[in-house]
Design a protein around this ligand. Structure first.
Ligand SMILES: Nc1ncnc2c1ncn2[C@@H]1O[C@H](COP(=O)(O)OP(=O)(O)O)[C@@H](O)[C@H]1O
Ligand SMILES: O=P(O)(O)OC[C@H](O)CO
Length: 495
């Protein structure tokens, strides 16, 4: 029997999952790590926390599975995207903390470049917008602020990577410095049409080519881990950004199929096949994970604060002892009592792209209780996702048949029911909620022949529950209209 190990390096935790050759989950391990907020709008991780927590969970998952490391046919890596690490090629030491995707410190740089008229070219080449969400400006910031780093980068002494590259570097003892197109497509430095690093974009951000990783296929045999790390030399067969990996794991292979992942943020992706569809409605064109090496694309809507609002209720307000307690609290009232909660803690992503928006609660009264706030927080996640779907349908020119849901907060039935109510589209939850990890395992297993084909895998996708829309379209429209006015009130607050 062969197994595949998926490493799922998320924003708030590292997870490792062992899958068997039928794609069944055998064992898993998870570890949270510290989130650092050194200044308002800044979010950092320690690269060593990321690596050590990932390593610990990998070892634990193998142990829990009761297998020998040599029984692992391949490793698939999937990761929080855009988060930027810069390290010394000789020592492997990071030069600074990782700048996390949520970090807004480069908002002014992005605005300057947009004001100078660069946005159309950036959009055409990268499918993205000039926003501090992406890696290129973060890397530019590091090279501008760490004394001597630009010269060292130009001399070839430094390596840049998104988290996939950082993990692979460490897994291979510094032998491999690689990334895949789905991660590269989140950097603002990658041309999604040629699938190569783009010299004009590198010039725009003043990034020396020598810091960049080599781009390899999302599914393929790229090299083996250093035996001392996990106890065997294991093929690295899969690499994908976590949202593209979830799209793959949700078996959304045909154009028109979509998923929404409810994790720290919410990320809705629509498979568009071999068409890189431009967005007219504030979405991103991104590269989907490909099982056969041919370029695949997706339309993406990214919401920065999704499940993280529940974490804030837990850690910031102390309203609930754990994330799952939010559902019974919210369900203890029939509605939000007129409260609208826009969780724009780190600005607004798609389709608004407003780094200066702030979080806000409107409609508070003397009758507002903790339960109303909890309910409004969950509804805020669904309202933001509804804005994404609306933009997506407008771009694609056709309605969606269903939305597949996954991610930690997709365990919340109230949230998914409200989502279906708002969208007027069935929301479907699969049996395996760990679709991000599954996607990476499938990409890796395909590369080494443990899994036969993308088609064979798609037929194994199984539904857990379908949430059918339960309110009238008029009522949904009225609630969405109120939501839009709440959003308008928090926009440009910090501007
Ligand atoms: N039952 C729940 N209801 C609502 N939110 C939840 C629930 N369980 C977990 N979450 C939220 O989901 C997020 C974790 O999801 P996960 O997919 O693990 O995130 P990530 O990959 O971004 O680290 C957290 O923000 C947490 O607050
Ligand atoms: O860590 P997650 O699952 O919230 O995903 C983060 C995204 O990749 C950011 O673009």
């Amino acid at each position: 029997m062969s197994f595949v190990l998926a490493l799922d390096q998320g924003t708030t935790s590292s997870r490792a999952i062992v899958f068997d050759e039928n794609g069944r989950l055998v064992a898993s391990a998870q570890q949270e790590f510290p989130q650092l907020f050194p200044q308002p709008g800044w979010v950092e991780h320690q690269p060593q926390d990321i690596w050590q927590s990932q390593l610990a969970t990998a070892r634990l998952a193998i142990e829990k599975a009761g297998i020998q490391p040599s029984q692992l046919a391949a490793i698939g890596i999937t990761n929080q995207r855009e988060t930027t690490v810069l390290w010394d090629r000789k020592t492997g030491e990071p030069l600074a903390n990782a700048i996390v995707w949520q970090d807004r410190r480069t908002a002014d740089l992005c605005k300057q470049l947009a004001d100078a008229g660069h946005e159309p070219q950036v959009r055409a080449r990268t499918g993205l917008l000039l926003d501090s969400y992406f890696s290129g400006p973060k890397l530019a910031w590091l090279l501008d602020h760490i004394p001597g780093s630009r010269q060292r980068a130009e001399a070839g002494e430094l390596a840049f990577g998104t988290i996939d590259s950082w993990l692979i570097w460490n897994l291979t003892g510094g032998r491999l410095h690689i990334t895949d197109p789905s991660n590269a497509a989140r950097t603002l430095m990658f041309n999604i049409h040629s699938q190569l690093w783009d010299d004009d974009m590198l010039a725009l951000f003043n990034i020396p080519r020598s810091v960049l990783p080599t781009i390899v296929a999302s599914s393929g045999c790229h090299g083996k881990t250093e035996p001392s790390v996990l106890g065997a030399a294991i093929e690295i067969g899969g690499i994908a950004g976590d949202q593209q990996s979830a799209l793959f794991g949700q078996a959304c292979h045909r154009p028109g199929m979509a998923k929404n992942t409810y994790g720290t943020g919410c990320f809705m992706l629509l498979q568009t096949g071999d068409t890189a569809m431009p967005s007219e409605h504030g979405l991103l064109t991104t590269v989907a994970a490909s099982g056969d090496g041919k370029p695949r694309y997706a339309l993406e809507g990214s919401v920065f604060v999704g499940g993280a609002v529940v974490q804030w209720l837990r850690d910031g307000l102390g309203l609930v002892p754990n994330s799952s307690a939010v559902e019974p609290l919210a369900a203890s009232v029939p509605d939000s009592g007129g409260v609208y909660f826009v969780p724009a803690f780190t600005g607004l992503g798609a389709p608004h792209w407003d780094p200066h928006a702030c979080g806000g609660m409107l409609g508070l009264s003397r009758g507002t209780t903790q339960a109303h706030i909890a309910r409004a927080a969950l509804e805020g996640i669904a309202f933001q996702s509804a804005d994404l779907l609306e933009a997506m349908q407008a771009d694609a020119g056709q309605p969606l048949a269903e939305l597949r849901a996954d991610g930690g907060a997709a365990a919340n039935n109230l949230l998914l029911q409200f989502q279906a109510d708002l969208l007027g589209v069935p929301v479907v939850r699969p049996k395996v909620l760990e679709t991000t990890a599954l996607g990476a395992a499938l990409l890796a297993g395909l590369a080494v022949g443990v899994y036969a084909s993308v088609e064979a895998l798609a037929s194994q996708w199984q539904m857990d529950r379908v949430f059918e829309p339960g309110i009238s379209r008029d009522e949904a429209a009225a609630r969405r209209s109120k939501w839009r006015s709440a959003v308008a009130r928090v926009q440009n607050w910090r501007g």
